[in-house]
Design a binder for this molecule. Sequence first.
Ligand code: NAG
Ligand code: NAG
Ligand code: NAG
Ligand code: NAG
Ligand code: NAG
Length: 390
Amino acid sequence: MRVSTFLSFAAIAGGALSQLSSTLQLVTENFGENPTNTPFYIYVPTSVTSNPAVIVGAHWCTGSGPDFFSGTQYARYADTYGYIVIYPSANRSSKCWDVASNATLTHNGGSDSLAIVNMVKWTLNRYNGDANRVFITGMSSGGMMTQVMMGAYPDIFKAGSAWAGVPYGCFAGPTEWNNDCSTGVLHKTAQEWGDDVRRAYPGYTGIRPKLQIWHGTLDAALSYNNVAESNKMWSNIFGISFNRNETNTPIPNYTKMIYGDGTKYVAYSAQGVEHNIPIRDLDVLEWFGIYNPSSTSTTTTASRTTTTSSRTTSATTTATTTRSTTASTTTTTARTTTQSTTSRTTTTSASTGTVGQWGQCGGINYTGPTECSGGWKCTKLNDYYWQCLQ
Ligand SMILES: *[C@@H]1O[C@H](CO)[C@@H](O)[C@H](O)[C@H]1NC(C)=O
Ligand SMILES: *[C@@H]1O[C@H](CO)[C@@H](O)[C@H](O)[C@H]1NC(C)=O
Ligand SMILES: *[C@@H]1O[C@H](CO)[C@@H](O)[C@H](O)[C@H]1NC(C)=O
Ligand SMILES: *[C@@H]1O[C@H](CO)[C@@H](O)[C@H](O)[C@H]1NC(C)=O
Ligand SMILES: *[C@@H]1O[C@H](CO)[C@@H](O)[C@H](O)[C@H]1NC(C)=O
């Protein structure tokens, strides 16, 4: 294949990314139908194995593929474990994924989900990837997209790890944002949720990908109520029921809710955690069967850290990165926040105080503080949700 058509990003100096064996690349050759013109970034480590696993990393709203690359540790661990990471970049003004349209929610229906699946197929073909080890993880909008993929493409993905997302199809509807779902007032029975998933790919009888979800109890962007909805959905799909809780797992104040024998579906409830739940990369890689804590060196175990800090600082580093634009006219802005000048809909009795990084700071019927701490900007994502962003 013609790697000359790739656009390379300069490595980010100073951070962990500068120690990577390879660089993030934008795939500019035709990789199949791409209904939403979604840019396709890929990280192939120099240590890539002969039959590598493929992981899709789906970013949050206002983010991008390069943001997810620089804000998580998956590329660094790719160097260690030899897998490939795909970092798609949502091509819409909100920089959210389409998790609402019938097209995206339907097997081979089109939109973002099909675009990402075609990135996976191209990668499997190009790098002799292992079709039995194709995974997806994502945060917020990417967490929602992860569940979309579990429903619409159970034949492609073997496992998912969804962070601060919502059930498959919970956002279904004519608008990009679904307030009933995000605020947690959308409830269905287990049977109804299960039927939604089964309709995504009628006639599919193969194995369903296993799924883990992670969600903070204080999530103001995507209500924690969605954990219960998700639990109903996937216990119905797998035909399993709640088994037991493991408290303080994997860290204090997190509870692991185990369904069935815990190999198909688990939900982590993070007590006291807001929307910006710190991603635990190694726990995800363990779920995908890539990382085995009992057979790794103490060095790796000791470095099991979360990536909150790198994610919250990624916007700064990304902004100062010089991008090479020689190979293509594509100009994907790493992080463009659509700061709106229209007034935020808040009540006048708004509480005092400031909102932390990534917290909600405005939106219809929001009554909390509207000032962000640390010099961050209160940025409109949609009518219902303003978020403190850098
Ligand atoms: C996003 O989609 C639009 C419309 O399909 C397209 O013109 C544009 O090139 C796409 N952006 C990128 C970065 O590919
Ligand atoms: C959803 O999309 C699929 C595939 O394009 C189509 O067959 C189906 O009729 C659509 N359903 C609705 C409710 O529009
Ligand atoms: C299991 O943990 C969840 C999350 O903390 C909690 O809501 C639920 O009540 C627990 N269930 C039992 C049976 O303890
Ligand atoms: C766990 O939650 C309690 C009560 O909300 C809090 O006081 C404590 O600091 C939390 N522990 C950790 C490790 O976050
Ligand atoms: C806002 O609150 C009012 C009063 O409770 C309610 O009638 C309205 O439906 C809410 N709007 C939205 C979009 O939730």
